[in-house]
Design a protein around this ligand. Structure first.
Ligand code: HEM
Length: 508
């Protein structure tokens, strides 16, 4: 009996000791982070200096769109803010140019980039060296020269988009622009990847399952970037099961199933690539073992992750930009008329083929329209987190210690009223009046980890805007979105009504 009492006392004593040790450690860590940490001199919400959970509180508990929440924090604390124990965010355009600079070889930050489950892809590799090896291979398909060779494919898909619009005109139904453009960009990227398109444009009302799956998947990434264990749990379960038991991540599971099917066909029957009419698919390049330093083709898992990365990187971004251009052109008759006039002069007879890319590149208003679409969608709206190397770095004139996680969100450049007065206004002229603004067009990011698909994207954007706005008169349908609010899910997720257009074919 006495022994039992002593051992109970001893256990209680140890428990108290452990609790005191834990509290002392937590108190020390709190004091260190707030007063002694190398980032202690930077202002910001006190809770953010103490714990990572501040971000989760803002984004998940309060349900705020993180890039929008940061605007309020910057308004309160200034241009450079501490938003995590080891993290700074900048609202200064010069900081963007300093962080995403061609000279830097800074790593991507693991917590954010692991959340996409694309760790073994050009986008997901954290280090410059690994990403460069993969990007060099993919560049066989994405270099300006290679992209010139796939122009025909882009034009074919723009024709398919026009055919879908014609169907809407015949049936007298409004066109869902929020989905239509993404169907086209998805058909282009899946064709480029696998040698055959998913034919999203053929799906009635543009409600292609792959687009719906990607829409639904974007929300999963917000959960995953806040709760790594949740990602491991969901992705550890076969997609067929997780789509049933986890409704919030069902979209991701659907997407996984679609892509896995395509990849297993290619890895099991690599000879199927030989029967294609052209040798330009991304998987031709990726499955050529001679391209790799170690002479080995990446695993099926890595090929899957590359496909998923390319779908998100190449589909929504370009589709959103086209949607944004259309939304504003329909709202803005003056801009619409100017674009129409320029296109008529460049393409006087609609029965003739499209002007060449070189000709389209020289049309100032067309390019101004696209740059405004890129500015307002901003590509990726979350901060692209980078880690400052051990020696530290100067960002916007301020010394930042090594190991700090840094970013400057693209919206903090694109919506900066000093660079872009009345930033919410759609004004293509601003790019013509002030060519130096090109330096602050950061939708594709900058530096060594900038967009790999920029050449393809520009070809798609130029051919599509020229064709659609030369061949159709478009008016917003009564059901169309009146504004385009978005939520930060890394890419912008547009909320509310879609952009709906009533199309009329022009006759000359
Ligand atoms: C309007 C269209 C596009 C925009 C605005 C855009 C924007 C961006 C941005 C901001 C990044 C940097 C992401 C980061 O640092 O984490 C990026 C990276 C990337 N983009 Fe694009 N993108 C577009 C189209 C495309 C297309 C068509 C493709 C090809 C299919 C593509 C493939 C990639 C890849 C592979 C990366 C990763 C590069 C790296 O991490 O080094 N993008 N894109």
């Amino acid at each position: 009996m006495a022994a039992a009492v002593i051992s109970a006392d001893t256990a209680a004593g140890w428990a108290v000791l452990a609790a005191v040790a834990l509290l002392t450690f937590l108190a020390y860590r709190l004091i260190y982070r707030v007063y002694l940490h190398p980032l202690a001199r930077f202002p910001g919400p006190p809770a953010a200096a103490v714990t990572w959970w501040w971000k989760t509180y803002v984004e998940v508990i309060r349900g705020r769109s993180f890039c929008h929440a940061l605007e309020g924090v910057h308004a309160q604390y200034g241009d450079i803010i501490r938003i995590g124990p080891d993290e700074l965010h900048f609202a200064n355009p010069q900081a963007y140019l300093d962080i995403y600079n061609a000279k830097n070889r800074w790593n991507k930050e693991p917590k954010l980039y692991h959340c996409f489950n694309e760790d073994r892809s050009s986008f997901g590799f954290l280090t410059y060296r690994e990403a460069k090896e993969r990007k060099d291979i993919l560049n066989k398909t994405f270099s300006p020269k290679a992209i010139e060779q796939v122009q025909g494919l882009v034009l074919e898909k723009v024709d398919a988009l026009a055919a879908a619009f014609d169907r809407d005109v015949e049936q007298d139904t409004p066109t869902n622009m929020s989905y239509a453009f993404r169907c086209m960009t998805m058909d282009i990227i899946t064709y480029l990847c696998f040698g055959h398109a998913v034919d999203a444009l053929k799906v009635p009302n543009y409600r292609a399952p792959i687009i719906e799956a990607m829409d639904a998947a974007l929300g999963s990434f917000v959960l995953f970037r806040n709760f790594e264990w949740f990602k491991s749990l969901i992705l550890g379960i076969p997609p067929r099961i997780s789509r049933v038991i986890s409704p919030p991540t069902r979209g991701l599971a659907e997407l996984q199933l679609t892509l896995l099917e395509q990849i297993s066909e290619l890895t099991e029957h690599p000879e199927s690539l030989d029967h294609l009419p052209h040798k330009m698919t991304i998987y031709h390049a990726l499955m050529d073992k001679d391209s790799y330093q170690n002479g080995t083709v990446p695993s099926a898992g890595s090929l899957y992750e590359e496909a998923q990365a390319l779908m998100f990187a190449g589909g929504d971004t370009t589709g959103n930009t086209l949607m944004m251009c259309s939304f504003h052109l329909m709202k803005n008759p003056e801009a619409h008329a100017k674009l129409r006039m320029e296109l008529r002069a460049a393409w006087p007879d609609i029965h003739q083929p499209s002007p060449s890319l070189r000709e389209l590149e020289k049309l100032p208003y067309l390019n101004g329209v696209i740059k405004e679409g890129l500015r307002l969608t901003s590509g990726v709206v979350s901060g692209l987190l980078r880690i400052v190397p051990p020696e530290g770095a100067k960002i916007a004139g301020t010394f930042v210690p090594g190991g700090t996680i840094v970013s400057c969100g693209s919206t903090f450049v694109h919506y900066n009223p000093k660079l872009f007065p009345e930033p919410q206004e759609f004004r293509p002229e601003r790019w013509i009046e002030n060519p130096s603004l090109d330096n602050y067009q950061v939708a594709f990011s900058k530096g060594p980890r900038m967009c790999l698909g920029i050449n393809l994207a520009w070809v798609e954007l130029r051919y599509t805007v020229a064709r659609i706005w030369r061949f159709y008169d478009m008016k917003a349908d009564a059901s169309s979105a009146k504004s385009l609010p978005f939520r930060d899910t890394f890419l912008p997720s547009y909320e509310g009504a879609p952009v709906m257009a009533r199309m009329e074919k022009v006759t000359a």
